[in-house]
Design a protein. Structure first.
Length: 183
């Protein structure tokens, strides 16, 4: 009986002590908690950011030493998977070998905003998280791919197709200046 009481407590403590890992909540990655932890680390370390924004043929590049990481990573933290529509909404597949593993959560319903989450791990450490979203409305179709590489940077690719114009593509790439930041 003690074993049944102690085991869940040990598992919970083990999950909470390694904040660099993506925790699962109801079988799905807890994206919001993961990025809140990343924001805390980035805010404390302030690695700086080299940022490039490309919109069609217009390209702007700039560099910042001190950022508000909560607003910088807002596209990641704004994804909410706690609604009832996400319960049992994904098929899960995993591929792995000795050092590399990829776990994919693919939406069963094409009407959901979050369509796919892919977690790539090397030697059990998260190397990349990729999130594909889709929003459809009467006026615009919006596809977005959010990629995050812990300790290195992020990439956001947005494709918007309004009914009155041709598709518009925007890419935002942020690279941490100090690559030694540890996730």
């Amino acid at each position: 009986m003690r074993f049944l009481l102690v085991t869940p407590l040990v598992v919970l403590l083990a999950c909470n002590s390694n904040s660099g890992k993506v925790r699962l909540q109801s079988g799905l990655p807890d994206i919001k908690a993961y990025f809140q932890e990343q924001i805390k680390k980035l805010s404390a370390d302030q690695p700086g950011l080299d940022k490039t924004i490309a919109q069609e043929d217009d390209i702007a590049a700039f560099s910042e030493d001190s950022l508000n990481w909560a607003s910088e990573l807002l596209p990641f933290t704004s994804l909410d998977m706690t609604s009832a529509s996400y319960a049992q909404a994904f098929n899960v597949s995993a591929d792995s070998n000795d050092r590399l593993s990829i776990t994919r959560f693919t939406a069963k319903d094409t009407a959901l905003e979050i369509q796919e989450i892919s977690l790539t791990r090397r030697n059990q450490n998260l190397e990349m998280m990729e999130i594909k979203t889709r929003k459809r409305s009467m006026w615009v179709d919006r596809d977005q791919v959010l990629s995050y590489l812990p300790g290195k940077g992020y990439n956001i690719m947005i494709t918007e197709d309004y009914i009155w114009s041709s598709p518009n593509r925007t890419e935002i790439m942020g690279t941490f200046k100090r690559q030694q930041f540890k996730p």
